[in-house]
Design a protein around this ligand. Structure first.
Ligand SMILES: [Zn+2]
Length: 310
């Protein structure tokens, strides 16, 4: 008995499903008051993305004993102002996402904002826990905290049955846009040096091995947009919902009335940047309905530096 628990205990804790924890403390109305019901939709999108990432191994971050860290990012409710969080406790296999709405202007539907992080203390904790994660033989920037801002001026469609392909002409699909942004939060399109994405860029294209297995017609890299943070516009792959040909979730834009699901190419890229994404996963409608369901996306997505507008 004793032997058994010693052997199994540590192993069980290492790899688990990745979870998003949404923090509404900076929200000023997009997710509160009369709009509080939108939180269920966001949580459902988080669950939707999480289900593809069941073997994640992100260490928890706990400050103290001389170890301290700060994350700085533009506020999701007022991107012109900077917000900083010090010594936030982040559970293992969890990414904390501060969410809100703001008038983002133009064609921007939403934006993912990756933080600037500083840390001091024990060197191993700073380097290996706060800043980096080791995946096999590779070392990548880790995801821990981010902000996510939705355009409060957009006409959003919130679908309680997002896997049923509803019709919503003239509105933008919150499910599709939110899912797109959460992949950015995990590092898709993070062109900063040291990121898993950046490490796979070659000559302006994405040369991750798993992605190239699907796109064998582009042996030197899957074409990207000009910012090198999305697939090239109109890139096609296969929906994880039913295997049908679908424009990738992570191409740079989405039109009104369109729903996108995660595609196999999107998941392959997550694999290439260091996540054990399940390439064959098919969302279970029943699981969604429980969450009450909802999921959505974005449309003119661009991302510069730390900010992804997608
Ligand atoms: Zn984007």
């Amino acid at each position: 008995m004793l032997l058994l628990s010693l052997c199994l205990g540590p192993v069980a804790g290492l790899r688990a499903q990745l979870n998003f924890t949404f923090d509404y403390s900076l929200d000023t109305g997009f997710f509160s008051g009369a709009n509080a019901g939108r939180r269920l939709h966001l949580e459902a999108v988080g669950s939707y993305v999480s289900q593809f990432l069941t073997a994640t191994s992100l260490a928890g971050i706990t400050a103290g004993g001389g170890n301290t860290w700060t994350a700085q990012f533009n506020s999701p409710s007022d991107p012109a102002t900077t917000h900083s969080v010090t010594d936030l406790a982040v559970a293992a296999n969890t990414v904390v996402v501060y969410v809100g709405g703001a008038g983002l202007g133009g064609s921007v539907l939403a934006q993912a904002i990756l933080p600037e992080i500083s840390a001091s203390g024990e060197q191993g904790w700073v380097n290996n826990t706060v800043f980096k994660r080791t995946v096999g033989d590779s070392v990548y920037t880790r995801a821990s905290v981010a902000a996510l801002s939705f355009n409060s001026s957009t006409s959003w469609f919130f679908d309680s049955t997002p896997l049923a392909n509803s019709s919503f002409a003239g509105q933008f699909d919150f499910f599709s846009v939110a899912a797109h942004e959460l992949l950015h939060v995990l590092g898709f399109g993070d062109t900063r040096g040291g990121s898993g994405w950046d490490r796979n860029l070659f000559n302006g294209a994405f040369a991750g091995g798993k992605s190239l297995e699907e796109k064998s017609d582009t042996p030197f890299g899957v074409p990207l947009n000009a910012g090198r943070d999305h697939w090239a516009a109109n890139t096609l792959s296969f929906s994880t919902r039913d295997g049908a040909v679908q424009e990738t979730l992570m191409d740079p834009d989405i039109a009104a009335g369109v729903r996108k699901y995660v595609t196999s190419l999107d998941l392959r890229a997550l694999n290439d940047i260091g996540y054990a994404a399940m390439l064959t996963a098919v969302p279970e409608p029943a699981a969604f309905a429980l969450g009450t369901g909802v999921l959505c996306l974005v449309w003119a997505w661009r991302r510069r530096g730390r900010r992804d507008q997608s």
